[in-house]
Design a protein around this ligand. Structure first.
Ligand code: HEC
Ligand SMILES: [Cu+2]
Length: 363
């Protein structure tokens, strides 16, 4: 597969095209592969077009009426028919296999990817980093490291596209979609919405900043908002009363959520499912759809009560709940907080360690 990509052939072409702004630069690990297939398709289309045009012109000259006043009927030729079947078939099979290999590459995120979240809304992109950094119409990423985006729309269909990375994926209301890439060249690249989504669709654009890992760390440190997504989630978890049922204790009415992320659980209908971001979001909004085996369907729906940002926070919290300790802490703090009515005294927002995070309950 790697050898299909001649560094000479289309790197030369790409350089020339990007120089004249006719083509986006190749700035992700997937870009040269996507372009290789793209140029192959263009190339065989040109060959086909030239061949057909040459035959049309050639035959009109050679078999014109002056030279052949009476038409001859030819009753088929096996050789000819086999040729025009086998050659296109071979070409299509090459495109298919090549395309399928690329497809698997594009759709299988590496396991060590950095997670980021994208919320699309009319008419802007909101990006959230796990550390709590938020940005609008901008996305800072380190180069050389796979980044996975989990995306959702708050209103209509959008489509997230970074041409320089050869990345494009639908952003849909009510469902998480994901896309990943590894940026390879530091620089600033365009970020577009490529699905018509209303009046200001054409302004739903932004910039991706691909930075060296050092610069990225500096950026993260300078843009911190004090609490991580997981910490925000922990606060929500307490204020929405989730821990009254998910206390992690054996007597609890709901299942223990610690370390549940990434495992396979059995549902009441006997089937199994993997707990991923989409499952968690769905479990919170439509608890009746996938009831966990061994539990009564008593969880209330939180439909319409939590924003997409809040859901991302909860998902991040549950994702990072590796053991029961955090739940216990959240639980203890809520009980303490509710027994100490101190209006105005509870809202101290400071940079937190994970162990003091639960003090921000009820903020
Ligand atoms: C009234 C008790 C109750 C409350 C409150 C409650 N849950 Fe649940 N939850 C349950 C029960 C029971 C189940 C298992 C049955 C099911 O799947 O519906 C469950 C299942 C889940 C699951 C599926 C994971 C698994 O291991 O089965 C998640 C995730 C979840 N709850 C998150 C939450 C969050 C987040 C909140 C707060 C916004 C919350 N729950 C509030 C009772 C509750
Ligand atoms: Cu849009």
């Amino acid at each position: 597969m790697h050898y299909f990509i001649s560094p000479v052939l289309w790197q030369f072409l790409v350089k020339w095209l990007t120089h004249f702004e006719l083509f986006p630069p190749e700035a992700s690990s997937i870009a040269p592969y996507a372009d290789a297939l793209y140029f192959f398709l263009v190339f065989i289309s040109i060959i086909g077009m030239v061949a057909v045009a040459a035959l049309v012109v050639g035959f009109s000259v050679v078999y014109r009426q002056e030279r052949h006043p009476v038409a001859t009927q030819i009753e088929g030729s096996t050789l000819l028919e086999a040729t025009w079947t086998i050659i296109p078939l071979a070409l299509f099979m090459i495109c298919f296999v090549w395309g399928a290999l690329l497809y698997f590459r594009i759709y299988n995120p590496p396991t060590n990817a950095l997670d980021m979240y994208v919320v699309g809304k009319q008419w802007m992109w909101k990006i959230e980093h796990p550390g709590g950094q938020h940005e609008i119409d901008a996305l800072h990423v380190p180069i050389g490291r796979p980044v996975q985006l989990t995306m959702i729309s708050q209103d209509v269909f959008h489509s997230f596209s970074i041409p320089a990375f050869r990345v494009k994926r639908e952003v849909i209301p009510g469902r998480y979609t994901t896309v990943w890439f590894t940026a390879t060249k530091p620089g600033r690249y365009h970020l577009f919405c490529t699905q018509y989504c209303g009046t200001l669709h054409s302004q739903m654009i932004g910039w991706v900043y691909a930075m060296t890992p050092d610069d990225y760390q500096k950026w993260l440190a300078s843009s911190t908002s004090g609490s991580s997504l997981a910490q925000n989630g922990e606060r929500l978890f307490a204020s929405l009363g989730c821990n009254s049922c998910h206390s992690g204790e054996a007597s609890a009415r709901g299942p223990n959520l610690a370390a549940v992320y990434g495992t396979r659980i059995q549902l009441a209908n006997g089937s199994y499912t993997t707990v991923n971001d989409a499952f968690l979001r769905n479990a919170i909004l439509n608890p009746a759809v996938n009831v966990t085996a061994g539990y009564a369907p008593i969880m209330p729906t939180y439909q319409g009560q939590i924003s997409e940002d809040g859901l991302i926070d909860l998902v991040e919290y549950i994702k990072h709940l590796h053991n029961n300790e955090r739940v216990q802490q959240t639980l203890n703090t809520t009980q303490v907080q509710s027994s100490v009515p101190a209006p105005g005294a509870g809202s101290i927002a400071q940079p937190q360690t994970s162990h003091s995070a639960s003090r921000m309950v009820n903020q």
